[in-house]
Design a protein around this ligand. Structure first.
Ligand code: C5P
Length: 220
């Protein structure tokens, strides 16, 4: 068991976990890792190499060769893959759709989970994803699972993306979100950990959700 503070925040697509996790990390002075970025980085690398994203062997070998680094810069957190900053491409539609088959590949998951565990041992951290409380840090100090209705989550994602170059319509966002939920929920580890505190964020904004989490950590 790690002796430092490890906070696991899981939840489905656009449940607010990244925004909330960032606020919690900042307030508590911890590092922050959005593990979804790592799966997106592998999908982006597969697309750049023109690989079939469903080819388990090729994608696993590709993931083995990638050096994924999160760095702080004046523009906030940036994700470097083999030294190249890919942050701005991680939410492109092609990556958004490509990450679904990539995250389903066992070999890719094993490699990324190992890297995430090693990052978690380095010091206090807030880590967000789908399987942090169940698989990556099952002995986390405290675990949260954020939920919200598909419509609330689609509205949030739509608002976030609406002024970007290839912004999708609300209906497209909702349809893709339901599709990703369905695939993610078929993985045993993508469920709330038995000891996770479940927070329904319908009707709560990110700072209210973060406040609730910080209060629960301070009371624990
Ligand atoms: O959270 P985000 O939408 O950025 O995650 C992108 C995809 O990566 C998700 O659809 C999910 O399939 C996958 N993922 C995962 N395990 C994690 C984080 C993300 O399977 N810990």
């Amino acid at each position: 068991m790690t002796s430092h503070l490890t906070i696991a925040i899981d939840g489905p697509v656009a449940s607010g976990k990244s925004t909330v996790g960032r606020i919690v990390a900042q307030e508590l002075g911890c590092r922050f890792l959005d593990t979804g970025w790592m799966y997106r980085a592998v999908a982006h690398a597969g697309l750049s190499a023109k690989l079939d994203l469903e080819d388990q062997d090729k994608m696993t070998r590709l993931a083995e060769r990638l050096t994924i680094k999160l760095v702080e810069s004046k523009r906030g957190e940036r994700l470097l893959v083999n030294g190249i900053d890919v942050t701005d491409q991680l939410h492109d539609s092609r990556v958004e759709q490509g990450v679904v088959p990539v995250a389903a590949i066992r070999g890719v998951r094993r490699i990324l989970v190992d890297q995430q565990r090693s990052i978690a041992t380095d010091g206090p951290i807030v880590m967000v994803g789908r399987d942090i409380g169940t698989m990556v840090i099952p002995d986390a100090t405290i675990k949260f699972y954020l939920t919200a209705s598909p419509e609330t989550r689609a509205r949030r994602r739509y608002e976030e993306r609406k002024n970007t170059p290839d912004s999708p319509s609300y209906d497209d966002v909702l349809e893709r979100l339901v599709h990703r939920d369905k695939i993610d929920s078929q993985r045993a580890e993508s469920h709330p950990a038995d000891d996770a505190v479940i927070i329904d964020t319908d009707g709560l904004d990110a700072s209210e959700t973060a406040r609730r989490i910080i209060d629960l950590i301070e009371d624990a």
